[in-house]
Design a protein around this ligand. Structure first.
Ligand SMILES: [Zn+2]
Length: 219
């Protein structure tokens, strides 16, 4: 069994959940600890039963509830050094014993999941995506990617499904309600935004949504 659930997704906060028979992981904690707890309860997962939280990067829509959630449920946080250094407020709340550092491009395991962190282009300290492997099942998470690279594509190969956040529609962007500064950021070299929704089990699917405009495109 390898299940995936998007608990929260969007510029207001991101948190994903992956489970096998033996291991439960959260990827990012970008909403309040209370909201994450509620979302997990809604899918009948005890937050205290999690094996840890993987962090993609330090932006608040990915780590807002991280420190509090880790502290409340005594959960390990898997993070690279640069990302950790870039979020001192969250760092302060996490017990030293719960800081588990990984290096991008070096594989590691959590329970029966093999994790491969890979670099993504995004305006953060050391942002990464993850491939997650259980037996011969592989899923991939690549959120906030500025643009697609050959390296990312290589990492996504043979995934049963991919959660991808990338790309944008310039026309949709133009008519969106985002302020000019944000529009420039989206359209710039580290462009971002576009969302996947929720998938489960055994298929490869990329759903692209420009959230604030309620416009969807499939590529
Ligand atoms: Zn970001």
């Amino acid at each position: 069994m390898l299940n995936f659930c998007s608990l929260y997704s969007g510029s207001s906060g991101n948190s994903l959940f992956v489970e096998t028979d033996n291991t439960k992981l959260l990827i990012d904690a970008g909403v309040s600890s209370k909201k994450i707890e509620k979302a997990l309860n809604d899918i009948e997962v005890d937050p205290g039963s999690l094996d840890g939280i993987l962090v993609t990067h330090e932006h608040s829509d990915h780590v807002q509830g991280l420190g509090t959630f880790s502290k409340k449920f005594d959960l390990p946080v898997f993070v690279n050094q640069e990302t950790l250094d870039a979020m001192p407020k969250q760092r302060d709340k996490i017990a030293d014993k719960n800081i588990k550092k990984f290096k991008v491009a070096e594989k590691f395991s959590i329970g029966d999941l093999d994790i491969n962190p890979f670099s993504i282009p995004h305006d953060a300290a050391n942002p990464c995506g993850f491939t997650i492997l259980n037996e011969n099942k592989k899923i991939s998470i690549a959120t906030d990617i500025g643009h697609m690279t050959n390296d990312i594509l290589k990492n996504l190969e043979e995934s049963l499904f991919v959660m991808l956040e990338s790309n944008y529609d310039p026309e949709v962007l133009k008519c969106s309600s985002y302020p000019f500064s944000l529009k420039s950021r989206i359209a710039g070299p580290s462009r971002t935004f576009v969302k996947s929704n929720r998938w489960k089990n055994d298929f490869f699917f990329i759903k692209i949504r420009f959230k604030k405009c309620n416009a969807w495109s499939f590529k």
